[in-house]
Design a protein around this ligand. Structure first.
Ligand SMILES: O=C(O)CCC(=O)C(=O)O
Ligand SMILES: [Fe+2]
Length: 270
């Protein structure tokens, strides 16, 4: 995969900790202009499990979007070659609509620890602070909740309300808590989302040449302000499980937490 820029291990570790990866202004202005029109006109649904080739014909806007090198490189690093399309949707936040979408995860029931789907979110316009950018809660993706169970939470410390330049693409782990915010501006805010399912094992699909860079462990240890003192350790624990699955290195650990819990000696006393 020499022709697309793959993520580094440091970036992958950042994704495993945050549950998202943001690529600012990676879509060029002429495509963004076209993109707004495409989203305004609506993008017809495709059957669950469609291949990218079937869902988005060669040369179509969406196909060109996901073939942009930075987008293709990130997608390959996260879910590998040939992902299938779970579903896609155009999300519009309307001017002065008066309410936000409740916080939610898009997964209904999903307890996988060794695989994940990603959601590509594409913003063709500049998203200013009053336009209802997508709110997300860093580090929430491994705290397993079912879809809208988090809807009662209004604000969490350290939450991130997206403000971004036109042409920004964000990749979300399927479990990340998020929701469209209230649009207090005069313009419609557009976003196009595609959920991708991996069709290969998600193992060392990125550029692993920096696998032992100390920033990998540093990124995996990231703390987020909304975490409880004790339960925060469970987030780190779950990240270690995911990192082990992604790298195949079952000796990887942080603070010996997974090692301790994995210790079930089979040796009998003689
Ligand atoms: O509009 C947004 O920013 C988010 C939309 C969304 O998450 C959804 O409808 O599932
Ligand atoms: Fe959503």
């Amino acid at each position: 995969m020499a022709d697309i820029p793959l993520l580094s291990s440091v970036e992958m570790a950042g994704f495993v900790a945050h549950g998202s990866l943001r690529l600012d202004a990676v879509v060029p202005p002429d495509m963004n202009e076209e993109g707004i029109e495409v989203l305004r006109n609506g993008v017809p649904g495709v059957p669950y499990g469609s291949s990218v080739q079937d869902a988005y014909p060669d040369g179509s806007f969406v196909r060109r979007l996901i073939e942009l090198p930075a987008v293709a490189g990130a997608l390959y690093s996260l879910v590998g070659p040939g992902p299938s399309v779970d579903h896609h949707a155009v999300h519009v936040r309307y001017p002065h609509e008066g309410q936000a979408q409740p916080l939610h995860g898009d997964a209904i029931i999903d307890v996988r620890t060794d695989a994940f789907d990603v959601q590509l979110m594409y913003y063709p316009q500049d998203v200013t602070p009053d336009m209802g950018g997508t709110l997300s809660v860093p580090g929430s993706h491994l705290r397993r909740t079912n879809e809208s169970d988090t809807g009662r939470y209004q604000n969490l410390r350290g939450q991130s309300r997206l403000v971004c330049p036109a042409g920004t693409v964000v990749f979300l782990h399927h479990g990340l808590w998020h929701g469209g915010r209230r649009n207090d501006s005069d313009v419609e805010r557009y976003m196009f989302k595609i959920r991708f399912n991996p069709t290969v094992r998600q193992r060392r699909l990125w550029d692993t040449s920096d696998l032992h860079d100390p920033r990998v462990a540093e990124n995996l240890s990231a703390h987020f302000p909304w975490y409880e003192h004790a339960t925060a350790r469970l987030e780190i624990y779950n990240r270690v499980l995911l990192w082990r699955a992604l790298t195949g290195d079952d000796s990887f650990d942080l603070e010996h937490w997974v090692t301790r819990v994995a210790n079930r000696p089979q040796k009998e006393v003689a």
